[in-house]
Design a protein around this ligand. Structure first.
Ligand code: DLL
Length: 434
């Protein structure tokens, strides 16, 4: 099985643009008519739905931000009466109230279709046994994947997150062929397999769809080798739908954004100006088919670029690069911008350390300092102090040259950094506490 929906996934660009324009027009009319917030913003900007005549006219529409969603908590941006909303989800905010999103029957249907497309792109078919280890509940990961597996006609094992021993037992006993969870949890599962002496050959696992947090090529290699699978990157966010906004194909060279349902843009995070293909900036999305919770130029805070080069997989939808981080995850230390993924890209090159790490930022007087903690491999841990120091110095120098600033590197004991069963926590910024 190569595609789930060849008609749309491989549609000629001209035709795709026609579909997009028609859908954009109806989405803009829908929110103008039914959501006072969007109508007010458009009136203020002096645009009406009639002004959207080409795809380029998208630029005339105001952006929507996370703050706008917060201000309208919980249901203020819903575009249909409550009686048509069949499901709500909420995003896991670290502070305050969550962002609440809603779905009609048709929205859930579209979502299932897009997840089915993702699963097929990642290697699945009707015979697959998919273990969903994303959390079920308000988080979109679990239920989002779940409905897509059923749409595909494969078998879903609704494990949810956590309960690692049972995950492994069922993976073995039920013959799971595809694992869906965060990349950090996939790695933790691999580690536990090692500990229990389970070899990848004893499992039926062949594929994985991993996302919900930034990860690197180095991390992909480790997961692929340790689990003996092909690992695909899946992207999405609650505000726009949930998982399944974009997926990697077998080329593993960027994620196809389902452009018949979403228009992606890259903008300058400071000025909001649209940037050309290939330039890194903030990703924004406009939904084209959503009924309950449409979004217009929603600023994701995620940083990446778009690539419109033809892909040899046959899909015609543009690809987005891996997410390098979020504007708000970016640490500014002594004026230097630092992303956790930069550290990850270095440490995954070394077999003496494990890809478990934490960035700790402290303020000493007026000076900010960055301490990077990385776990040693068991082998290095039992090695001589001299050898450990030599490895430490080498990795520290490598990280310093990638970040362009000095750091303190601490190699810590194996398994001492907290493991996550959902999204990993990579940063401890003590400056905020001062
Ligand atoms: O994380 C939806 C999801 C579930 C995606 C399962 C993939 C798999 P939220 O909790 O709203 O939704 O968080 C969305 O997570 O803005 C990104 O910052 C980050 N994110 C999601 N996928 C990726 C990815 C889900 N593949 C936020 N790579 C987004 C990097 C990702 N970051």
């Amino acid at each position: 099985m190569k595609y789930w929906n060849e008609t749309y996934e491989c549609m000629k660009r001209e035709e795709l643009s026609r579909v997009q324009l028609e859908r954009l027009h109806s989405t803009v009319s829908h929110v103008y008519k039914n959501v006072p917030f969007y109508r007010g913003k458009m009136q203020k900007a002096g645009v009406t739905p009639a002004d959207i005549r080409t795809l380029d006219d998208l630029k005339k529409l105001p952006f929507t931000t996370k703050q706008d969603l917060r201000d309208n908590y919980p249901f203020g941006l819903f575009a249909v009466p409550q009686s048509e909303v069949v499901r709500v989800h909420a995003s896991s905010g670290t502070t305050g109230k969550p962002i609440v999103v809603g779905y009609t029957h048709k929205d859930v249907d579209t979502w299932s279709e897009l997840i089915a497309r993702c699963l097929v792109a990642a290697g699945a078919d009707r015979n697959s046994v998919v273990q969903v280890a994303y959390g079920y509940g308000l988080f979109t990961g679990g239920l989002g994947l779940h409905y897509g597996v059923e749409r595909l006609g494969a078998t879903v094992i609704p494990m949810s997150g956590g309960n690692t021993q049972k995950q492994l037992m069922l993976m073995k006993d039920f013959g799971s062929t595809l694992l869906a969870c965060t990349p950090s949890y996939a790695l933790y599962l691999a580690e536990e397999m090692d500990r229990e002496g389970i070899k990848p050959e004893e499992l039926m696992l062949r594929y994985g769809v991993f996302g919900a947090e930034p990860w690197t090529e180095g991390m992909r290699k480790q997961i692929e080798n340790r689990l003996g699978i092909r690992a695909s990157d899946i992207y999405g966010l609650s505000e726009v739908m949930g998982p399944g906004v974009a997926i990697e194909c077998e080329q593993q060279n960027g994620l196809h954004v389902f452009e018949d349902h979403f228009i992606p843009e890259i903008i300058d995070p400071d000025t909001g100006v649209q940037l050309p293909y290939g330039t890194t900036g903030e990703l924004a999305f406009t939904s084209l088919t959503k009924e309950a919770f449409p979004v217009i130029r929603y600023r994701t805070r995620d940083l990446t670029y778009l690539d419109d080069a033809r892909c040899s997989c046959g899909r015609t939808h543009v690809r987005m690069g891996r997410i390098m981080g979020r504007c708000d995850d970016m640490l500014i230390i002594r004026g230097v911008n630092v992303f956790p993924t930069q550290v990850e890209s270095v440490l995954t090159k070394y077999s003496d350390v494990e890809p478990h790490y934490l960035l700790v930022v402290n303020r000493q007087g007026t000076l900010d300092t960055l301490e990077v903690r990385i776990e040693m491999s068991e082998r290095l841990f039992s090695d001589e102090v001299r050898k450990v120091e030599e490895v430490r110095r080498r990795i520290a120098a490598d990280i310093e040259s990638v970040l362009g600033m000095s750091i303190t590197l601490k190699l810590v004991e194996p398994k001492s950094i907290e493991r996550s069963q959902g999204k990993a926590k990579r940063v401890l910024d003590n400056r905020k506490l001062v």
